[in-house]
Ligand binder design. Structure first.
Ligand code: ZN
Length: 170
């Protein structure tokens, strides 16, 4: 155990909250979408994510980033593929230890208005240090299962990303 590593505390979870990208898209049909406004360093961008295809073990989501420059729109398209979890304990990508041995951060609840909907969200605040003991910039993320992709807002010191509308297309 590294000197900075604290003994394991039970996670302060709300209703066994656990985010999984595949799960958070799987309850929606192709065409379901969510639109974000992103703000960083004084500039604003839009991002639209749309569920493109569903296979039994993989979901593909198309993303379009839209940056307005004067009257022009600069569009960047990309694909993301999420694989179904094979179960078993999740592994930390940086230290390869089970994620359950890590500081889970803190959870709370908040209501957010997205488009014309009031949503009950779970808010996760990242731990102050990563698993190597290094201090991190705090990140807060808002989650709601009613929104495709499950993530409705992310906020850090110098940037934020907020869902402005969504289409669940169930
Ligand atoms: Zn780790």
């Amino acid at each position: 155990m590294a000197p900075d590593e604290k003994p394991v505390e039970p996670p302060k979870r709300i209703e066994d909250f656990r985010y999984d990208a595949w799960d958070s898209w799987n309850s929606f049909a192709p065409g379901a979408s969510v639109e974000f406004e992103m703000e960083a360093g004084g500039s604003k961008m839009r991002q639209v994510k749309t569920l493109d295809s569903k296979r039994p073990d993989a979901i593909t989501v198309k993303s379009v980033m839209i940056l307005k420059i004067g009257d022009d729109e600069n569009r960047t398209e990309s694909d993301e593929t999420f694989l179904k979890s094979r179960g078993g304990p999740a592994q930390c990508p940086s230290c390869k230890k089970p994620v359950s041995s890590h500081d889970p951060g803190t959870f709370s609840r908040e209501r957010l208005k997205i488009g014309d909907r009031d949503l009950d969200c779970v808010v996760w605040k990242s731990p102050a240090r990563d698993c190597s003991g290094k201090a991190t910039t705090p990140v807060r993320m808002w989650y709601c299962k009613d929104v495709p992709g499950g993530n409705v807002k992310t906020e850090s010191e110098h940037w934020k990303m907020t869902a402005t509308r969504f289409d669940p297309k169930k």
